[in-house]
Design a protein around this ligand. Sequence first.
Ligand code: MG
Length: 394
Amino acid sequence: MKTVVLMLAAGSGSRMGLKQNKVFLSLGGKSVLQRSMEAFASIADEIIVVHRPGEEEPARAETEKVSFSGILRLVPGGATRQDSVENGLAQSDCRPEDLILIHDSARCLITPGLIRRIRDTAMEKGAAIPGLPATNTIKVCREEKVLETPDRSLLYEIQTPQACRADWLQEAFARARQDGFQGTDDASLLEHCGYPVAVVRGERNNIKLTTGEDVQMAESVLGLSSRLPRVGHGYDVHRFAEDRKLILCGVEIPWEKGLLGHSDADVAVHALMDAMLGAAGLGDIGLHFPDTDSRYKGISSLLLLKETVRLLQANGYELINADLTIVAQKPKLRPYISRMTDTLSDVLGVDPSRLNVKATTTEGLGFEGRMEGISAQAVCLILPVTAEGTPAAP
Ligand code: MG
């Protein structure tokens, strides 16, 4: 079963007073269309971008900024939203049981989490749409006179993506054409056909950019989330070996054995590096410093830590604090803790008050207790340096 996304980008910017199509509007350095595409990239097998006639080139340029490994098509839209969806649908070679997700690309704050919830519900029930229970009283009016006040507990504000089995959707569109039925969303065509549509709780921030005020709100949502701190965790183990130096947090500790590894096997620094890379969403130590690379043979892990700091800076992050636990039955590490902290502080370029190194035993239990090796764990907190510091892909 395939997941096909119809990305509607054929709207205009007229209600915002824009000369250009609002999907090309830049928010924090990325266009509305690019942001919407990115949210679907890890979930979709196929994305069909329905662009305004004559805008294939700028639309393609935005899609090329997104790392997406599935099938990508660009299709010109029609006179109405319904025509645009039909044009897109006609281009897909989907099978009856495939799932179609239709999304207004102007809802560029859509989260992958909401997309997955809609997709999973549609897989189970046939069709699903996101909706929020109405919080305002809504009245039916004509010529500025109230006709009636519907029961608010029955009213929902509906968003996109709207998801449906391909065969249901194709039938609903054929029926609408035959009956001359025009709906304001895709689900209303399914309802016209008598198909059940499930409602999944939408998200407040999944707003459709329609007015200048919406753009301001989207900018504040993005600004806020890009200034949120991020946490990371790291864990590493190295076994003891004869004729090796024991290096922990860059400090050489006199002991009968050392740790075995491709580098200097500084297990504590490795855990810290993994925590930092993890917090920044940059993968792990093996990705950046593979132990198959001869450049890293016997290298001081402090040099790798320095490179990790550079990677974080390049992605717009600074370290707030880190907490490290070294698990070793022997040797006693307490006498070396303050030297370890000072060494890390120098390399990381942060005040020692932001770093905490501690050591524990396991009371003889496990591989550490049997003195087969040493393990280390680290957690750290990082913060984007500026609101504009949008992290790059690893
Ligand atoms: Mg290691």
